[in-house]
Design a protein around this ligand. Structure first.
Ligand code: GLA
Length: 320
């Protein structure tokens, strides 16, 4: 028997940029999918999992010829925007074909996700799950698929807070936004919005988000390298405002959580992932307890119980 693992991810900044050849700054987290694998001689793929894996098993069948018995366990909360399905796709591919690695593994997992879920996702989640480096965020260029690990400075905690609401309308709203970005790029005569200038997109809020977000990722990477946490926090807040006002993927609950985080002493916070529900991520001076006041304030205003957990940056997927 072998065991493979693949982590979830949290994106520190750079959302809705990956499918426009853009930049993002995710990190793999210490929450992961594990699969115990034993080979089968009959070529069948049998997966035992708490969540119905049949769409993924059907989608992987054409790709691999080996048979496996796979038992899945996961500590990545499902439906929260922490890429539980990307982690599962990466782990399942590794289970079926342990020779897959690097970009090939990430791209195969993205394709598996497209086929199994029908969501036309970008490649950020799979790249983060594959290329994670403990203690580092990953500056990811989705045009050439290069990854630069940048150390997370000492003295900060990364806190993830789940709004308690599943992501609503996610797949259709996501696909619509992606299509609108493609249309905006085509109208400008550029391959993707990565090639557009701020002046070109000033009248189109969706495109404006993508172009400004790429700049914020560059600036955030600089702030991280310089250990300038206050600057990083300001960029997170600006990124959240852009996702809310220009890209239209926030919710009142996520907006409230961001405010509660900064009120409780975070340098900054923002929704993370696709939006429409799910989680916010906050950059916090190490040891500052934001969990108590954020949870109390959120409960008082919404009647909902948020889930709060600190995450650390973990290594990427592999055979254990
Ligand atoms: C989801 C997708 C990613 C990315 C984010 C938004 O997580 O799977 O590819 O587009 O949304 O940044």
């Amino acid at each position: 028997m072998t065991v493979v693992r693949a982590p979830g991810r949290v994106n520190l900044i750079g959302d809705h940029t990956d499918y426009q050849d853009g930049l993002c700054l995710p990190m793999a987290i210490d929450r992961e999918v594990r699969i115990e694998v034993t080979p089968r001689v009959d070529g069948e793929i049998r997966v035992v999992s708490e969540h119905d894996p049949s769409a993924y098993v059907a989608a992987i069948r054409d790709r691999v010829t080996t048979g496996i018995d796979a038992t899945v366990t996961s500590t990545v909360p499902v439906g929260s925007g922490l890429s539980s399905s990307a982690a599962f796709s990466v782990a399942l591919l590794l289970a079926a074909d342990p020779t897959l690695h690097g970009r090939d593994l990430a791209l195969a997992a993205q394709e598996l996700e497209h086929r199994a879920s029908g969501v036309p996702c970008g490649v950020m989640d799979q790249m983060a799950s594959v290329f994670g480096v403990a203690g580092h965020a990953l500056l990811l260029d989705c045009r050439d698929l290069t990854v630069e690990p940048i150390p997370i400075p000492a003295g900060v905690d990364l806190v993830v807070i789940h709004s308690g609401l599943p992501r609503r309308l996610e797949s259709s709203a996501y696909a619509k936004r992606r299509a609108a970005c493609e249309a905006a790029a085509a109208a400008l005569g550029v391959a993707t919005l990565r090639d557009a200038t701020e002046a070109q997109v000033s009248a189109n809020p969706l495109a404006r988000h993508v172009v400004s977000e790429n700049e914020r990722v560059r600036a955030s990477a600089d702030a991280l390298r310089a250990g300038d946490n206050a600057r990083f926090g300001d960029l997170m807040l600006a990124g959240h405002a852009s996702l809310r006002d220009d890209f239209g993927v926030s919710t009142l609950e996520l907006d409230l959580l961001v405010t509660l985080c900064t009120d409780a002493g975070a340098y900054g916070a923002r929704l993370t992932g696709a939006g429409f529900g799910g989680c916010v991520v906050a950059l916090v001076p190490a040891g500052t307890d934001i969990a108590g006041p954020v949870a109390a304030g959120y409960r008082a205003r919404t009647g909902l119980d948020p889930q709060v957990f600190t995450v650390t940056a973990a290594d990427g997927a592999g055979v254990m």
